[in-house]
Design a protein around this ligand. Structure first.
Ligand code: ADP
Ligand code: MG
Ligand code: MG
Length: 902
């Protein structure tokens, strides 16, 4: 027998071996470094350790076999290429160790620069740099700081205090004023801090530094804030991160060096033209951390025209290549430009639409691709209201509009306080000098984020944009004093609890609460802004992409509307019918009294009188809705909630009776109501006498509603209008229930409709699991099904929404039992399977059966894709969600017709 040869798994890839499509394996950063390398762009040489190595390490707790040897081999070839050895005392090669997962997780993972420096190689580095001691010691102190903080969990503030202390001793605020001796002293101080916290000396062996840093990157995948970020962004927990080992280039070698970040278009508005920040004589992390104030990238043209022109050329090339907005990180080392990172850049919702439109104009992508690149969540964001500003409101400061929206709320200065107040239902604005990854909880809890430092690429800006949260960054007129819990601006002092308003589009900050107005996108949907003549690029782009989505989609979009006014607005937003008209409200207000009469009726006579009084009122409501919808289908749900919901609560009635008795008043009616409420009490109202069960138990109730609907339709048609009613029976679980209702309804309809030409469909909701499982039978008696996915979710899982969301959903989300609440996005495996079964078996029994959904899931982007895939005819959602559903239905249609044909 031939000996089995073990093929070693490949865990390490040279930059020249990868490409941009290997994100799963190499992470986003590694894949794109490889892509740039292969494009011939100036990328410092290096290699990537795969996500598979990370996953193996995380599951077994040790580096997989073969990894160490492969790292050794790639390091050796890197050393050969660079002509230097890692940490060589005379002429050291230094590297950075950088995390990089498939999806970018800003600030979540760890990076260590200058690996390979120690007490001896620091001298070699200085020699390499022509005797630049200051630079060498600055690099060394950065290594100890980053290594200590990220690899060994030494509290970062300790290093910052020591740095502040050194600057204070020197009488300066600027770290550039520290000379070589100061920095050497700082290295000693840092080493002591390191030893105090770790119980060991700072490791001098370069290879040990490298191995520990790689391991720390692996471990950081499971750091608490990384887990939190993934949950927030719905990034799967099992992807792992890659590790990039990159030979160092130095932006801190003097005034002819520097580092920067840039976007190929404005990521806030989408406007054409490069956009970025530059910082001379600095290493990369200084820019992202917003530590020193950067200058606009355009300044680089003056500082170093050759590098600037080269950079512009590279950025144009990257856009052409990626066919999208790219963001980049670069460093200039003594006039030589190096590319350190690129990716398809994050952008605001508005920029996503505007850029997609521009790229179509520029011929880089087609309209399908443009539609593919925007999404319903972004559109929903653009429909947020904006500040209504008149003379009264003068901004007190202007920062950078880092993430759009209008937010007012009470000022808080710490993440913990933000979480506390938000839990009490307060809107809060988190105010910081600059946020850091530890502020994530507070950022999630806040309405908006306001910082006094940092640019469009600072932590606060990037994370807020990702969350779709309003953010103003770098409002440098603000003096933020976190310990005192105040900030001052233009002579005002603002304390914790005071209200401020921030505009994430303009970057303006206002004291007090500013009223809001509809966004321009809503004005467009309302028909108040003409997309053909407006000079608003966003409205033009939205119009163009929506038009394409409407042409592409197969799903119709209806709305849930109970009144003529709601119906009218939904039609302006593009609704093609009403998928759910609830009739409950027609029993409320001053009609409550009639319902009480109905419930208390002691005989047939009284009951019939009460119903007869309700009939014309309901008819009027239906007439209004049918007129508004002008021939579009209107699905009316017969009364669904238990009748006791229309009566006052037990306690209140008991008090009323007692008070009336005290006063010697007549209590007969109150007592009758009280005993009715007692009689009708249910332990589980959700599973009690409601829906079709009411119709079968209370004679004449459904008949009255059916008559009102039919008469209203006839009245509208006789008036020259059009009406297309669909009567929907709720909570059916057995075909016999529906047959009974249907038989009675058909008689009434035939009698009312006569020769008017009105056609009335009769169908049912599918919201009880038994209905889904017997859909084949039920379809015999139904002309349409409408999935009530709220109830189907409750009954499918066996929990009631009101009880569970606060009680244990957080735990289920934490444990990953749900990726997202099943009330937000349909649970495709379980509840979705019921939908699929019912759709298939219903259609098999009755070809042409109309299928729709009327739960809140109808307006949820992911659910819309699912409903498209199971072949429903329409989704129905609240009026404001109608544009979102239209867009997503269009996206679902193009993604199934194969976007890889491009
Ligand atoms: P992040 O994902 O947080 O941006 P990075 O791995 O990109 O982290 O690194 C942080 C900073 O360090 C970046 O600004 C980057 O430009 C800089 N940097 C990383 N590697 C090198 C290197 N080899 N030489 C010089 N600067 C580097
Ligand atoms: Mg980076
Ligand atoms: Mg229901």
């Amino acid at each position: 027998m031939a000996a089995q040869e073990t093929v070693e798994h490949k865990y390490v890839y040279d930059f020249a071996e990868g490409n941009k499509d290997l994100k799963d394996l190499l992470g986003g950063k590694g894949a794109n470094l490889a892509e740039m390398t292969n494009l011939g762009l100036p990328v410092p040489p290096g290699f990537t350790i795969t996500t598979e190595a990370c996953k193996a390490y995380l599951t077994t707790g040790r580096e997989p076999d073969g990894l160490a040897g492969q790292i050794e081999a790639h390091l050796e070839s890197l050393e050969r290429e660079m002509g230097r050895r890692l940490g060589d005392p005379d002429d050291p090669l230094l590297v950075s160790v950088r995390s990089g997962a498939k999806f970018s997780m800003p600030g979540m993972m760890e990076t260590v620069l200058n690996v390979g420096l120690n007490d001896r190689s620091v001298v070699g580095l200085s020699n390499q740099a022509g005797g630049n001691d200051r630079f060498a010691w600055d690099s060394y102190r950065r290594l100890i700081q980053m290594f200590g903080k990220t690899v060994c969990e030494v509290p970062g503030e300790e290093f910052e205090h020591a740095l502040d202390e050194a600057k204070r001793a020197k009488g300066t605020q600027n770290d550039l004023d520290l000379d070589a001796d100061d920095l050497r002293g700082l290295v000693d101080a840092y080493k002591q801090i390191f030893a105090k916290h770790t119980g060991r000396e700072f490791p001098q062996e370069p290879r040990e530094q490298l191995d520990l840093a790689i391991r720390a990157v692996f471990d950081s995948w499971n750091a608490e804030r990384a887990i939190l970020y993934r949950r927030q962004e719905r990034i799967p927990a099992d992807l792992g991160t890659a590790v990039n080992v990159v030979s160092m280039v130095f932006g801190n070698l003097g005034p002819d060096s520097g580092t920067g970040v840039a976007f190929t278009r404005d990521p806030g508005s989408g406007a054409q033209g490069i956009y970025g920040d530059y910082l001379a004589n600095a290493q990369g992390e200084d820019v992202v951390a917003g530590i020193r104030n950067t200058v606009p990238l355009q300044e680089l043209e003056r500082l170093d025209k050759t590098s600037y022109d080269q950079l512009l050329g590279i950025m144009a090339r990257l856009e052409e290549h990626y066919k999208d907005l790219c963001d980049i990180e670069f460093t200039i080392e003594r006039g030589k430009l190096w590319m350190l990172q690129t990716r398809v850049g994050k952008r605001t919702a508005a920029a996503a639409f505007v850029i997609a439109g521009q790229l179509v104009d520029e011929g880089l992508i087609d309209l399908d691709e443009a539609l593919h690149r925007v999404n319903g969540a972004q559109l929903a964001q653009l429909m947020f209201p904006r500040f209504q500003l008149d003379h009264e409101f003068q901004p007190v400061a202007k920062g950078i509009g880092a993430s759009p929206g209008a937010a007012s709320g009470r000022v808080v200065f710490t993440s913990a306080r933000a979480v506390e107040l938000a839990a009490e239902g307060e809107a809060v604005i988190l105010v910081r000098r600059e946020t850091n990854p530890d502020d994530l909880n507070g950022m999630i809890a806040a309405r908006g984020i306001l910082t006094s430092r940092g640019g469009k690429t600072s932590h606060a800006a990037v994370v807020a944009r990702g969350m779709g949260k309003t953010c103003v960054s770098g409002a440098d007129e603000l003096e933020v004093n976190v310990p005192a819990k105040t900030f001052t601006v233009g002579g005002h002092t603002v304390g914790e609890g005071d209200v401020v308003s921030i505009d994430g589009t303009t970057g303006k900050v206002y004291l007090g609460e500013v009223p809001v107005m509809p966004s321009e996108v809503v004005q467009y949907f309302e028909g108040e802004l003409d997309p053909e003549t407006t000079d608003d690029p966003l409205v033009r782009a939205v119009h163009r992409i929506m038009t394409h989505a409407d042409a592409a989609r197969r799903l119709r979009v209806r709305t849930n509307a109970d009144t003529g006014a709601d119906a009218a607005r939904a039609r302006r937003f593009g609704a093609e019918g009403i998928g759910l008209c609830r009739t409950e409200h027609m029993f409320l207000g001053d009609r409550r009294e009639l319902v009480e009469r109905l419930i208390l009726a002691s005989g047939e006579r009284e009951r019939e009188d009460a119903l007869a009084a309700l009939l014309p009122l309901q008819r009027t409501d239906f007439v209004e809705i049918f007129r508004e919808m002008d021939g579009l289908p209107v699905t009316v749900r017969l009364i669904d909630p238990p009748l006791h919901e229309f009566l006052p609560p037990l306690e209140q009635l008991a008090v009323n009776v007692a008070v009336a008795q005290e006063r010697g008043e007549d209590v007969a009616k109150e007592e009758a109501l009280l005993s009715a409420v007692r009689r009708m009490h249910e332990e589980n109202p959700m599973l009690g006498l409601r829906g079709v069960r009411l119709g079968l138990v209370i004679p004449g109730l459904f008949a009255m509603q059916v008559r009102a609907i039919a008469e209203a339709a006839v009245a509208v048609v006789r008036d020259g209008g059009r009406a297309c009613p669909e009567i929907m029976v709720p909570l059916v679980g057995a075909v016999q229930e529906l047959e009974t209702v249907r038989a009675e309804a058909e008689k009434i309809i035939a009698e009312v409709v006569g020769d008017s030409g009105v056609e009335v469909l009769i169908g049912t909701m599918i919201e009880v699991p038994r209905a889904a499982l017997t859909a084949g039978q039920i379809a015999e008696a139904a002309e349409f099904f409408s999935f009530g996915t709220n109830d189907l979710t409750q009954m499918g899982w066996g929990f009631s929404r009101d009880d569970v969301e606060g009680a244990f959903f957080w735990r289920y989300l934490e444990l990953g039992i749900f990726g997202i609440s099943p009330f937000e996005s349909i649970d495709t495996d379980g509840v979705g399977r019921l939908v699929r079964i019912a759709a298939e078996e219903g259609r098999a029994a009755r070809p042409g059966l109309k299928l729709g959904v009327c739960g809140e899931h109808g307006g949820d982007p992911e659910s819309v894709h699912f409903f498209h895939s199971v072949g429903l005819d329409y989704v129905s959602c609240s009026p404001f969600r109608v544009p979102v559903a239209r867009l997503e239905a269009g996206r679902a249609a193009i993604s199934t017709t194969g976007s890889d044909s491009r």
